[in-house]
Design a protein around this ligand. Structure first.
Ligand code: SF4
Length: 423
C-alpha cells in the first residue's frame, strides 16, 4: 500500500492520518510494521567488545523502555562478545532483541562468528559501505545469504553520510541527459532512496522474503528527511525505520528529530523510530529513549508513562517550589511505571497537572486526571487538588509535595489497581 491508498481519516482534521500499511517484520519477537504500534529503539555507545559495559548499557536502555537495542559490530572481538552479551542479558531476565550494526566487514564477521550471527535478532546493513568496486555485490550477497541461513531480518539502512558513490555518479550522469536537469540536492535524495530500494530488490532476488526487510534512508536535515521518507513510503510497502541521523546535542537534537519525525508520523509514515542524540557530558544514554517515547506519547500514538502538564511559570509564581514539584511528580511516575506496568496496567494513560497559580491552575488541573494548583504571589497559601474535574482536597503547609505524590499513588491504586496482570 502507498500513501496514495491511505484510507480517509475517520475524524478529518484531527489526529494523525491512518498508519501506512506495511509488511510486518518480526525482530526477535517484536513486530515492526503491519499495523503494530511504532517501536522505540536505541543504540549503545560502548565498545561492544567490552561485554560488561555493553551489557550494562543495553540493560539501562531496556529499563528506560527501549524495545530493541542496536550495538556496533566492527571487529572480531565485538562479534565474539555478542553471544556473551545476549547470554548475560538473559541471565538478568532481559529479553530485548539485539541488532548488529555492520559496516565494511560484516560479511567476514558474521561468517567467522556463527554464534554472533545466531544471537543477533537483526542485521543492519549499510548499502553505501558494504563493499566497493567489484566486491560490493558479492559482499552484499554474502550478508543476505547469512540472514537467510540464520533466519534473520535485515535493515537496509542507507545514510546520507555514506551514500553509495557509484549509484550517485550514475544518477548524476543520467541527470546531465535530462532536458531540465534536477538540482544536485534532488539527485542526491533520489540516490539515497534508490540505494535503499534497489538493495531491497536485490535482497529479495537472492531469496530473502520481503517481510524480513526494514528500510531506512537517513539524512541530517529535517526537510530532506521528510522528502526522502515520503518518497520511500510512496514507492513501496516495506516497514520503515525513521531517524534523523546525527541529530545533534541537547535541545537542537531533540527539536530537529521531533520536527522531522513528527511530520512523518502524523502522515502515518514510520514503523520504528530512533532518536540519534549526542548525549551531553554526564547525560545518560537512555535520554534518547525517553525523547522517543515522549514524541510518540505527546502525538497520541502510544502511551508509556503518565504525562505531566505544567505551566512555564512567570512573575506570579512565588518560588522554585512549583518547578521542583513538577520535576518530582514526573520523576516519581517515571520511576513507578515499570512496577505499575505489571500491577496497574493502564496507569501509563494517566494525565497530571502541576500549575503555578490561580490564572490557569484550576482550569488546567480540571482537564487532568489529577492536578494541583499552587498558590501564586498574593494568593492564600493553599493548593487545591482536582481529580477528574472535581476539587477533592486543599493541601497546605510544608508537606504539599509528598502529600500530592501520595494522592497520585492512591488515584492509581483506585483506578487501575483491579487489573493486575498475572505474572
Ligand atoms: S498558570 Fe499562573 S504561574 Fe503559571 S504561567 Fe500562567 S499565570 Fe504564570
Amino acid at each position: 500500500m502507498t500513501t496514495d491508498q491511505i484510507l480517509p481519516c475517520a475524524n478529518p482534521g484531527f489526529g494523525p492520518l491512518p498508519r501506512r500499511l506495511t509488511r510486518a517484520v518480526t525482530i526477535g519477537g517484536v513486530q515492526v510494521g503491519g499495523g503494530a504500534p511504532v517501536v522505540v529503539q536505541s543504540m549503545t555507545n560502548t565498545d561492544t567488545a567490552d561485554v560488561a559495559s555493553t551489557t550494562k548499557q543495553v540493560a539501562e536502555l531496556w529499563r528506560a523502555g527501549s524495545e530493541m537495542v542496536r550495538v556496533t559490530v566492527n571487529t572480531a572481538e565485538a562479534a565474539a562478545a555478542v553471544p556473551r552479551i545476549v547470554d548475560k542479558l538473559a541471565m538478568m531476565g532481559i529479553e530485548v532483541p539485539i541488532i548488529g550494526d555492520f559496516h565494511y566487514n560484516g560479511h567476514q564477521l558474521l561468517t567467522a562468528e556463527p554464534a554472533a550471527a545466531q544471537a543477533l535478532a537483526k542485521y543492519r546493513i549499510n548499502p553505501g559501505n558494504v563493499g566497493f568496486g567489484k566486491k560490493k555485490d558479492a559482499q552484499f550477497a554474502t550478508l543476505i545469504e547469512l540472514a537467510i541461513k540464520h533466519d534473520k531480518p535485515v535493515r537496509i539502512g542507507a545514510n546520507w553520510g555514506s551514500l553509495d558513490q557509484s549509484l550517485a555518479t550514475r544518477l548524476m550522469d543520467e541527470n546531465h541527459l535530462r532536458a531540465e536537469p534536477w538540482d544536485a540536492g534532488r539527485v542526491l535524495r533520489e540516490a539515497l532512496i534508490l540505494s535503499a530500494l534497489e538493495s531491497a530488490a536485490r535482497a529479495v532476488e537472492i531469496g530473502l522474503p520481503a517481510d524480513r526487510i526494514v528500510l531506512s534512508a537517513k539524512v541530517s536535515g529535517v526537510q530532506e528527511l521528510v522528502a526522502v521518507y515520503r518518497e520511500l513510503a510512496r514507492r513501496g510497502d516495506y516497514a520503515l525505520h525513521l531517524g534523523l541521523t546525527e541529530a545533534g546535542i541537547g535541545s537542537k537534537g531533540i527539536v530537529a528529530s521531533s520536527a522531522a519525525l513528527g511530520v512523518l508520523l502524523q502522515e502515518g509514515i514510520g514503523d520504528t523510530i530512533r532518536i540519534s542524540l549526542t548525549p551531553e557530558p554526564g547525560q545518560a544514554r537512555s535520554n534518547e529513549v525517553i525523547v522517543a517515547q515522549e514524541l510518540l506519547q505527546t502525538m497520541g500514538l502510544r502511551a508509556f508513562t503518565p504525562m505531566v502538564t505544567a505551566c512555564p511559570g512567570c512573575g506570579r509564581t512565588t518560588s522554585t517550589f512549583f518547578q521542583e514539584l513538577a520535576q518530582k511528580v514526573q520523576e516519581h511516575v517515571r520511576a513507578k511505571m515499570p512496577e505499575w506496568k505489571v500491577t496497574h496496567p493502564g496507569a501509563e494513560n494517566l494525565t497530571l497537572a502541576v500549575m503555578g497559580c490561580i490564572v490557569n491552575g484550576p482550569g488546567e488541573s480540571r482537564h487532568a486526571n489529577i492536578g494541583i494548583s499552587l498558590p501564586g504571589t498574593g494568593e492564600a497559601p493553599a493548593a487545591p487538588v482536582f481529580e477528574d474535574g472535581e476539587k477533592t482536597v486543599t493541601l497546605r503547609g510544608e508537606n504539599i509535595a509528598d502529600e500530592f505524590v501520595g494522592l497520585i499513588d492512591l488515584y492509581v491504586e483506585r483506578n487501575y489497581g483491579g487489573n493486575a496482570r498475572v505474572a
